[in-house]
Write a protein that binds this ligand. Structure first.
Ligand code: G3H
Ligand code: 13P
Ligand code: ZN
Length: 340
């Protein structure tokens, strides 16, 4: 099966009332672990690559690894998504090499750090939507900036998504999916205590979903930072400070209110690192990378499979016929896939 578009995966998820994990990858083992977990749970899959991941892997390696994934796992509908595109050019280069979905993160300027003004965000996102939809590719936009409500982690400036502005943004840009800022942040250090409504504004998602029932909502910074993985890293010489992630029940609550894409990167980093540390600590004489990368891959697979079950995507890989980019292009051109 060729790579499918994220729009189709999320439309199906909305129809079925479930969410789809979007997992960041940087190497072959991560891609294999996502695909094995998808096979194990019979799930559709979203694989995403940040700009850093594209540089680390090299675009050509990444795209060929993903083509291999579609050949080895023909029964799994899988989308390849650009995570946090910092500029239209980043999104266009992703489309050119074969990504079927892109995120234009115009909530920040092209440096990926400075919060942008609203009109800039609308302009760059609209520009990407026009070019992407013309070739059938999905677009995710972002409104509001991530970061802990509590400690301002991230860009340092926290701006939760304004629901009224979200309606205007979707209307003016035509995005397929909207990332909302509800108090989560990237990385392991999200909350300094178990998150409650004061720091994790899940009710915002309910409000936005009521106003935009047709728009697929995206939760970034959705790693749960499992205590057992943190403890294992620390047991074998690591130094991860006390921290809390996003409880899976809160994500499930989001999924009941329009969240269709759930971004997870950190949990895979923790899964991989904990397994590598264990092998090397238990047997300091070991130096065959396969001896630590095999358990690392298995550890990530277990985490991905657990999330796929928890998000509800398990069991849905074979529900539908994949649409091609040409099919999607025609749907956009006819207005049938237009939002808002
Ligand atoms: O958006 C953040 C993701 O976790 C990707 O992180 O830019 O270090 O690859 P990265
Ligand atoms: P985590 O750091 O919580 O895994 O978030 C990943 C993410 O949002 C990628 O865009
Ligand atoms: Zn993100």
């Amino acid at each position: 099966m060729a790579l499918v578009t994220m729009r189709q995966l999320l439309d199906e998820a909305a129809a079925g009332g479930y969410g789809v994990g979007a997992f960041n990858v940087n190497n072959m083992e991560q891609i294999q672990a996502v695909m094995e977990a998808a096979r194990e749970t019979n799930s559709p899959a979203i694989v995403q690559a940040s700009r850093g991941a594209r540089t680390y892997t090299n675009d050509r390696f990444l795209i060929h690894l993903m083509q291999a994934a579609t050949e080895v796992y023909p029964e799994i509908p899988v989308a390849l998504h650009q995570d946090h595109g910092n500029s239209p050019e980043t999104c266009f280069s992703a489309i050119e090499i074969g990504f079927t979905s892109v995120m234009m993160d115009g909530s920040l300027l092209a440096d990926g750090k400075t919060p942008a003004d609203y009109e800039y965000n609308v302009r760059v996102t609209r520009e990407v939507v026009e070019r992407a939809h013309a070739v059938g590719v999905t677009v995710e936009g972002e409104l509001g900036t991530l970061g802990g409500v509590e400690d301002g982690h991230g860009s340092g400036i926290v701006e939760l998504t304004d629901p009224a502005q979200a309606v205007d943004f979707v209307e003016r840009t035509g995005v397929d999916a909207l990332a909302v800022a509800v108090g989560t942040s990237h990385g392991a250090y999200k909350f300094t205590r178990p998150p409650d409504a004061e720091v994790l504004a899940m009710e915002l998602i309910e409000d936005i979903h009521e106003r935009l029932p047709e728009t697929h909502l995206v939760m970034h910074g959705s790693s749960s930072v499992p205590r057992d993985l943190v403890d294992k890293i620390n047991r074998y010489g690591g130094r991860i400070r006390e921290t809390w992630g996003v409880p899976v029940e809160e994500i499930q609550r989001g999924i009941r209110h329009g969240v269709r894409k759930v971004n997870v990167d950190t949990d895979a980093r923790l899964a991989m690192t904990s397994a590598v540390r264990e092998v090397l600590a238990e047997d300091p004489e070991e130096f065959d990378p396969r001896k630590y990368l095999t358990p690392a891959r298995a550890s990530m697979q277990a985490m991905y499979a657990e999330r796929m079950r928890q998000f509800g995507q398990a069991g849905h890989a074979g529900d539908y016929e994949p649409k091609s980019l040409d099919d999607m292009r025609e749907l956009y051109a006819s207005g049938a896939a237009t939002r808002a």
